[in-house]
Design a binder for this molecule. Structure first.
Ligand code: ADP
Length: 574
């Protein structure tokens, strides 16, 4: 715009100067001509006064006149003519004495009206002259001046005008630059601010003054509004990003295969994205599953839910929900949820139902079988008594199974709510249990030892701690051999109460160790059943330990023995 203004200003200045020059040239020429004619007229008037001496010797007179005038620097030709227009005297180099000049327009006009003027090229000298003629008392005085000087002065004038024109153009250029810079500056300032706003920088404000103050005010309010909107957008974007990052589900969005959003959770589930890669196909095999789901959603324009099983980075089952996004034609969103635990729980539930059914069915089938046998009248009293005894044993097994299942379910319920607790003395509880189980130990020819630190109090339900000791000590007796021993010890280590149940029994094979706390898991099914086990004892123990914030570990050597160690946080009152 500035350049345009300078150009415009310069062109108009040049045009006006040329116009002034061109228009003034004829006027100057005309003025010069008039000046010449006035000069000639004055000369002729002076000559006419000398008329008498002129007539005595006209030739000499005209020569002297011409000499005198040329001495003054004026190149003037004087001609004296008689009343018929014949040349009586001539100061010119090519004297035309005796010739008739009556046909010359200036002579004719002078003879008729006293004065005559003309401008023309002389036939003899081929120079353009300005002629003036004056007729007085039968004599015509004529003076002629070459117009070369007039043209010279006009040329000189042109030269000056050209120099002036050039100087004018230069001055106009400088002035136009200064003026343009001044008049364009507010617009340039506004343009700069508008460009900064377009680039996302809302910190600058336009000065509200001058002709453009209204525009500046409007630009400032637009900038402010844009800045506010951009702030709001940034805050809500950050909030949304934080929410998405905090989700347990991984979130990913694409636009024409290009990743536009990828949360940390998604990369943790699907694996890291190689540096510099921003398209889904370049992210690795796991991401291709997502690509397929999203492609499907884009094609159908709806939603897709899929389940994928991955072996890396962590073996897991993922549920992928993909939906097409409305704002761009090839954009889609995928939400990835880790359903591995859900799958495991579902599997466990199925297994549990199958196990419970099986465990319940076994004694029930046995009971039904013996009841049918009893219906046969031919059975003698001794056999019948035996059958009744077996039915009693199976019914007890059923009872124990149901009791254990109920116990487990109650503990699980307590885990969901906060369990009721009170200060429970570990050593005293252990002593009570040992006393209760001393008879069974005797039956199994197992000696019970104890090393109990007094005064160890934990926050728990005492009945559940009784249950814990019973299950652990009973197992240590059951899976022992005659002559073996069981040692129960309690001690305080830092702020924890440590319980150890140690036996010199059969031990547990290493491959079974990780599974012994599972429901219905038994190392030796036959032996467990024979000993009246339900396969739920250790599972109950583990749940009780978890209920009161403790932990349990097992260490076992086959044919040597097993050590169970349970740790509970000590109550504060200790
Ligand atoms: P069960 O009712 O069969 O005893 P538990 O859950 O109490 O069920 O124990 C699970 C399995 O762990 C048992 O069947 C047994 O094989 C093994 N077990 C538990 N305690 C001991 C131990 N002290 N010594 C050897 N094996 C044990």
């Amino acid at each position: 715009m500035k350049k345009h203004l300078i150009r415009l200003f310069t062109i108009s200045a040049v045009i006006s100067l040329i116009a002034a020059f061109v228009l003034s040239m004829p006027l100057v020429q005309r003025y010069n001509l008039l000046q010449t004619q006035m000069q000639l007229k004055s000369i002729l008037l002076v000559l006419s006064v000398q008329g008498d001496s002129l007539l005595e010797n006209p030739d000499d007179f005209s020569d002297r006149c011409a000499q005198a005038l040329s001495g003054s620097g004026l190149d003037i030709r004087i001609t004296i003519l008689d009343q018929d227009g014949r040349v009586m005297a001539d100061s010119g180099p090519d004297a035309t004495l005796g010739q008739s000049h009556s046909d010359r327009p200036e002579v004719q006009k002078a003879l008729s009206s006293g004065w005559g003027f003309d401008t023309r090229k002389s036939e003899s000298t081929n120079i353009t002259y300005s002629y003036a003629a004056y007729a007085l008392d039968g004599i015509v005085y004529r003076a002629a001046m070459p117009l070369t000087s007039v043209w010279h002065s006009a040329l000189l004038l042109s030269l000056y005008a050209c120099i002036g024109l050039l100087a004018g153009v230069v001055i106009a250029l400088i002035l136009s630059r200064i003026w343009a810079a001044r008049s364009v500056k507010p617009v340039a300032d506004l343009t700069k601010i508008a460009n900064q706003v377009a680039a996302g920088d809302f910190s600058q404000r336009a000065r509200q003054e001058g002709d453009l103050s209204e525009l500046s005010t409007a630009l400032n309010s637009v900038t402010q509004e844009l800045s506010d909107t951009s702030d709001e957008l940034r805050v809500s974007n950050e909030r949304l990003r934080a929410i998405l990052q905090g989700l347990d589900e991984g979130v990913l969005s694409i636009e024409d295969k290009k990743i536009t959003l990828l949360t940390d959770r998604a990369t943790r589930l699907l694996g890291p994205v190689p540096e510099g890669v921003d398209t889904l196909p370049g992210c690795g095999a796991n991401y291709l599953y997502l690509q397929q789901a999203m492609d499907e959603a884009i094609q159908t324009g709806g939603e897709t839910t899929k389940e994928i099983t991955l072996s890396a980075p962590v073996p897991c089952v993922l549920q992928v929900y993909a939906a097409k996004l409305g704002y761009a034609p090839k954009s889609a969103l995928a939400v990835v949820r880790d359903v591995t635990k859900l799958h495991q729980l579902e599997e466990m539930r199925r297994e549990f139902v199958a196990n419970v059914t099986h465990e319940l069915k076994t004694p029930l089938t046995s009971i039904r079988g013996y009841v049918e046998l009893l219906q046969d009248d031919k059975r003698d009293a001794q056999t019948r008594a035996k059958f009744y005894e077996i039915i009693g044993i199976e019914a007890d097994r059923l009872q124990r199974l149901i009791d254990d299942l109920l116990e487990l379910s109650q503990i699980e319920n307590s885990q969901r709510q906060s369990p009721e607790t009170k200060g429970t003395n570990l050593s005293k509880t252990a002593c009570d249990v040992l006393e209760q189980l001393s008879l069974i130990a005797k039956e199994h020819q197992v000696t019970l030892y104890s090393d109990l630190a007094p005064g160890l109090i934990i926050q728990a339900d005492p009945d559940r701690i009784v249950q814990l000791f019973t299950n652990l000590i009973q197992n240590a007796i059951k899976y022992n051999r005659p002559g073996g021993s069981v040692t129960i010890s309690t001690q305080a280590i830092r702020n924890m109460a440590v319980i150890k149940v140690e036996d010199t029994g059969l031990g547990i094979p290493p491959e079974s160790l990780p599974r012994i706390f599972e429901r219905f898991y038994r190392v030796d099914k036959g032996r467990s059943r024979e000993l009246g086990g339900t396969g739920l004892g250790l599972s109950i123990v583990k749940h009780i330990v978890q209920l009161y914030g403790g932990d349990i570990s097992v260490d076992s050597v086959v044919e040597k023995g097993t050590v169970f160690q349970v740790r509970f946080p000590l109550a504060h009152e200790l």
